[in-house]
Design a protein around this ligand. Sequence first.
Ligand code: SF4
Ligand code: SF4
Length: 136
Amino acid sequence: MAKSKNKKAMRKMGQAMMATMPLQMKVHVMAKMLLAGNDEDKHRKIMEDVKQKRRFTLPRDQIEWYPTIDHHKCQSCRVCLDFCPRGVFEEDDHDNITVSKPYECVMLCSGCEIQCPHDAISFPDRKDFYRYVYYV
Ligand code: SF4
Ligand code: SF4
């Protein structure tokens, strides 16, 4: 189950990156993906290379891409806290999970939203953030 959620998160991230790429780059990346067949490590490597070329039009702390927790739904299960590799979440003194470092969130990632078993995490509309991304 966790594996399929991870795959879903990766797929969503890949789709978001594809949507922000200029056409020529997109064609190039798609051709590489096709050549890589079903090799997931190669797919990951291709996307890592793309990430290295990604830049933002504003400093990260001026782009409001980060998760919001609905505290009516959140059960403080800590799944998001354990999942996020960037330490975006924190547990406060009352066992509430909070978004303590919003600007550490990876642009266009929404992996924790998929992981949350209580549907308590949301993000703004991804398409509104494509304009902040370009490639060198
Ligand atoms: S995964 Fe969802 S329910 Fe669990 S602590 Fe995080 S926001 Fe709350
Ligand atoms: S979207 Fe990714 S980087 Fe951002 S808080 Fe969730 S898991 Fe962490």
